[in-house]
Design a protein around this ligand. Structure first.
Ligand SMILES: [Zn+2]
Length: 465
């Protein structure tokens, strides 16, 4: 088996930081030893990667992406091929995407369709959550089978009536089933029934600009849905993972429940940490670039999100990567904000935006790795194969240059979308060399990977309880 040694870097995991050399055999890490020690110096290898002055971190685990998602009359613009390649450039080596069960169809059919999209084209490893779009007797039974096949998390929507929406009875039944079979329920917590009333009223009043997307999706309706989801999970005796938390009051609901000892978890995304309703209000139709749900909130909410990440009331930062081009896709909502496809690109930017947060004093280095690599891997049953640097783990590793300065731009990013939500932003830190299961897939600006290197990952049940 080919042997690679990464020499001289500062290895950072969620638990520790150490100056160590990392020995890789084939696809796995087999040993770590202190840099300069006799053990490390005695290692011979086919390839030596010099990481002097660099960090050596586990590859990022992005637990929330939507490649090629059909939505709002169009389809997310990154394929599994382009999206996973972009992820690799950004230092992410595993994604967990969402297969969709549509109304009237089975979980199996949805999962098969997503396998067909991803098979043979991914640059990095991938796994699936399942969106429950039609909770009924047969789909509840199918949940058990999927858990057995390594699809161990199920997303429900309190938003989007007529599309993905589940009512409280359906939610309770799915949670009860999850409590039995070990499946983790993920929730899009916004009161979609109430939001649709406010959408209708806003449009009738001639309020059609993108910024009204943020106004009708009221913070109170995120907090209310978060509270209701927590109570339903409590009744069902199931854990709960709330996706893309954006409102301070929703964080407060999670914190209160956790203080009561309930197994509830929350994820936020870089867009809520760095962008705000100021972006939605950008002149012309520019605000459409920032339309996603839950929506961006006023800037004041960001402090509560950072605090939640520090206090572990929020455990994970994922991207909810769901790109739509400004020209030809976001366009669909000119004159009617409710027709703007919901979603932002970000899979390539997450690790760097969070490293910037380390430099800005929001997070420690280890917490950066915890929320971006280790906890998503544990939450979704991929640990310690993914999310850390340890003997036996997959050699998904990033040699990260903490001093490289970059300016984020659509002109240079690798995502298949014609704008960047972070255009012009200067960030310090960047992935230099990225390995996926021992293979160098990115080296500087060069892509050395291949479509189909990425392998489907069966997951165990949640390891974070
Ligand atoms: Zn999503």
């Amino acid at each position: 088996m080919p042997r690679t040694v990464i020499r001289g870097g500062l290895v950072i995991t969620a638990a520790e930081e150490m100056h160590a050399d990392v020995l890789i055999e084939g696809e796995q890490v087999v040993a770590l030893a202190a840099t300069g020690s006799d053990v490390a110096d005695g290692w011979t290898a086919d390839r030596v990667i010099d990481a002097t002055g660099q960090y050596v971190i586990p590859g990022g685990v992005d637990a929330h992406t939507h490649m090629q998602l059909p939505f709002g009359g169009t389809e997310a613009s990154d394929t599994f091929e382009t999206g996973t390649r972009a992820a690799a450039f950004g230092g992410t080596t595993t994604i967990v995407d969402f297969a969709v069960q549509s109304v009237g169809s089975s979980l199996r059919a949805g999962l098969d369709a997503w396998h067909a999209k991803a098979a043979g084209v991914c640059a990095i490893d991938y796994a699936f959550h399942m969106i429950l779009g039609d909770v009924n007797e047969s789909s509840l039974k199918e949940m058990d089978l999927l858990v057995g096949e390594g699809v161990t998390s199920f997303k429900l929507f309190m938003a989007y009536p007529g599309v993905f929406y589940s009512d409280d009875g359906q939610i309770l039944r799915a949670m009860q089933r999850g409590a039995d079979n070990g499946g983790l329920i993920m929730m899009h917590a916004e009161n979609g029934i109430a939001i649709d009333v406010l959408v209708e009223q806003a449009l009738a009043a001639g309020k059609t600009d993108p910024r009204y997307h943020g106004e009708v999706r009221r913070e109170l309706l995120e907090a209310e849905a978060t509270h209701r989801a927590i109570k339903l999970a409590q009744v069902a005796g199931s854990p709960l993972y709330v996706v893309h938390v954006s409102a301070a009051s929703a964080v407060a609901e999670l914190a209160r429940a956790r203080d009561e000892g309930l197994p509830v978890f929350g994820e936020t995304c870089p867009q809520y940490l760095y962008l705000s309703t100021d972006n939605l209000a950008e002149p012309g139709f520019e605000g459409a670039k920032y339309v996603c749900s839950t929506p961006l909130r006023p800037r004041e909410h960001q402090a509560a999100l950072w605090r939640g990440l520090r206090t572990n009331d929020l455990q994970v930062v994922s991207t909810d990567h769901c790109p739509f081009c400004f020209t030809g896709q976001k366009d669909l909502g000119r004159g009617d904000f409710s027709k703007i496809p919901n979603g932002l690109p970000g899979v390539e930017n997450r690790m760097d935006l969070l490293h910037q947060a380390v430099l800005d004093g929001h997070l420690t280095r280890r917490r950066w790795i915890e929320i971006a690599c280790a906890t998503p891997a544990r939450m979704f049953g991929l640990y310690p194969r993914k999310g850390t640097v340890t003997p036996g783990a997959d050699a998904d590793l990033v040699v990260y240059d903490p001093t490289a300065v970059q300016t984020v731009s659509a002109a240079t990013h690798h995502m298949n979308v014609d704008y960047s939500a972070y255009e012009g932003r200067q960030l310090t830190g960047r992935a230099r060399t990225v390995l996926s299961r021992g293979t160098v897939v990115v080296d500087g600006d060069a892509y050395l990977g291949r479509a189909g290197h990425g392998r489907y990952q069966q997951r165990s049940t949640c390891q974070y309880l």
